[in-house]
Every structure is written in structure tokens, then in C-alpha cells.
Design a protein around this ligand. Sequence first.
Ligand SMILES: Cc1ncc(COP(=O)(O)O)c(C=O)c1O
Length: 408
Amino acid sequence: MAANEKLQFPLVDSSYDNAEILSCISTLLSGQLTMGAQVRRFEQEFARHCAAPHAVMVNSGSSANLLAMSALTNPLRSKHLKRGDKVGVPAVCWSTSVWPIVQTGLVPVLIDVDPLTLNMSVAALKATLKQHELKALMMVHVLGNSTEMGELLAIAAEEDLLLVEDTCESLGTTYEGRALGSIGTFGTFSFYFSHHMTTIEGGMVLARTEEDYDLLKCLRAHGWSREQSNREALERDNSHIDPRFLFVNVGYNLRPMEIQAAFGLEQLRRLDTMNAHRRTNVARIRAAFAAHERWRGQLHFPTATRGLDPCWFGFPFLVDESVQLDHRGFTRALLDQGVDTRPIVSGNMALQPALKHFDIDISMGPFQGAQRVHDRGLFIGCHAKPVAQSVIDGLVELILRSLEEHSR
Ligand SMILES: Cc1ncc(COP(=O)(O)O)c(C=O)c1O
């Protein structure tokens, strides 16, 4: 970066090129626009990439969460949750990690997070289990990190909890070599523009059993029988109905389009390379901070939990409680100088006004960990392309200078 050049460090740097564009154009020219062979191919390749048995593509990460919760509560599932059952969810999460729990008649119970990992605190989970009979967990893997997975899996097995992994921010992170999202009953992913890979908008649900795979496909598209593995038997049993319009369950329309899958197939090809760049960029930003003494005692950098190889969504940091920070002034100064920041997901979810209109359990509050993340946490991008060392040095210098200028 030249001395007179203005620093530009947006949250997201576009990660596609002609390969995605040409693939979309040839899909448009093929005449098959609605869900078809491209979607099926993308699902198969994505499942293979995550070493998961089954994948079902949808039109967003939010739809993926809605589909997963709908499958868990569907009366046709052999083991299903019932109206009013409680589901634990970390107090730092995304809105549509929580809403699908409400929308499917379940009661979310907010659980505090560990500000040093940004993820659900195992101690808080244990405390919650003493007071609430949870039936499932919506495990939101925040910003590429995760809760202590070893402990979590042991608790889930002991308490017989169903596990949905909201992996919308953590594609590429592994726990003891296994892809996050492939471990629980369902794993959900978002391919929104700013995520590890994109289909512009889009999402995916990973499933482990044939039963769940059939169920997800049925609920995704109207509840009809077309993609069911026992389709022939269903048609035979209902021979008085036109088999093209045979409805065997309830359902939505959450289908993706062929061009999204075509885009995704190209992105998937470069995902490992993009994620390698993310890892390198995070390590280099961290090293650039380490080269300065000035951050010590002022900033904290969240750490990965045991057994995890995180593929960060961004570069998060927390400003120490001892620093009297003018938060708005700090983020505005950074933005004015070319550096975009975001709160850590939606901060403390318990504060959101929508909660008071619905049956969402916040009895385990106050959520001190989530509040700290809310008040003190921010993240900057980490980018899926190499970032020049001069940009990283300028970025770190700017953050430290702005921090000094906006704290008392
Ligand atoms: C943790 C989490 N879950 C779900 C979603 C929803 O994904 P989408 O924007 O694709 O609907 C997001 C979006 O950023 C997210 O961060």
C-alpha cells in the first residue's frame, strides 16, 4: 500500500469471478431454471465436502433453520418434539436461529455465552439443565468458533438432546477432523453473500438419516411426494390421486433456483483455497497486533475451543472493561477511514425488543457473558483472498490509534 493511498478494508471482498458468471449464464441458456439437476449435484458435492450422508439445499440460511426445526417437530418423524418443548439457544446468536424455534411451537431458552470464545458456555448450559427440561439444542457456532464440543456432545448424549448445528457462520471449521454441521441431527448453512462461500442467497441442511433426508425434501417443497424414496408405494396407496400432485405431509416452498446451485458448484471448487486465505489473514492480523505492545490490557482476541480448527468468519476482538470507550465514535472513525466493523452477530439477543411479544425464556439471565460481547465486542472482515501485509499493518495501526482517540 502506497503511503498516500487510503486504507480500504470492507467487511467482505467479493469472492467470485467469470467461472461463476459463465456457469450462471449457461444455466439460464439451458432452459431449466427451477430446482433440478444442478441443485442435486450441488447437494451431493456439498455433502461429500462435509463427509455427511445427505444435504438438502434451500433458498437461505434462515430457511435452513426453519426446515430443520420443522423436521424435528413434524409428527411424521419417528422421534419428534412437541409443542411447548424447550430448546436451548446461546444468547449470542442470529435472529433466525431463534425465530424458527418459536415458529414451530417450541420455546427457546436463552443460555449465556463465554466472552472468550463468543460461544455457549458449558457451565451455563449445565446450570440451565438443572432448571429446565431441554429437549434439544440449537447450537449456533458463532463466527467460525464453537462451544467446547467434547463436553457439549457428552452432555447431549447423557441428556438425550437433539442437536441442530447452526453452522451458517462456520463452514470449514472442524472439530477433531469432523466438519461442524455434520455432527448433530441437522447442520444448517448460509450461502449469503458475506459468508464463507456464496450462492448470492442460499442455504443447506445436512442430515444423517434417510428418514430425515426424505422429510426435509418433502417439507421444502409443498409436502408433495415427488422426491420421496417410497414414492412408488405412496402413489400405489393413493391411486385415486394424480401422482404429480400427491401431498403426503405439510410443507413450504423453500426451494433454491438452478443458478444458485450453479454459482455454488463453482464456489465449492474454490472453498478450500478461500478458507486457507481466511486462516492466513486471521493469523497475520493477529501477528500484527502482537507486534505492538499497545493492545495489551486493552484488547482481547477470542480463542478457539479444544479440538477445534476454526475457519473464522471475521476477525473478532473485545475491548477491555477498563477502557472507557466511546463505542459509536470508535466505529464511526474506523468507517470514515475505510474500515468496516460489525457487532458480534446481534450482541445480547435477550435485549432485542421482538422477544417480549413471544414465549422466549430469558429466566437464565442476566446474561453477563453475552452483555460483555454486546458492549465490548466487534469484528472486522478477514477476506477470502490474500491481503497485503501493508494493508494489515495499516489496519492494525488504525484500530489502535482510533481506540486511543476514542477512549478516556
Ligand atoms: C448464525 C446465523 N444463522 C442464520 C443466519 C441466516 O442466514 P441467511 O442470511 O442466509 O438467511 C445467519 C446470517 O448471517 C447467521 O449468522
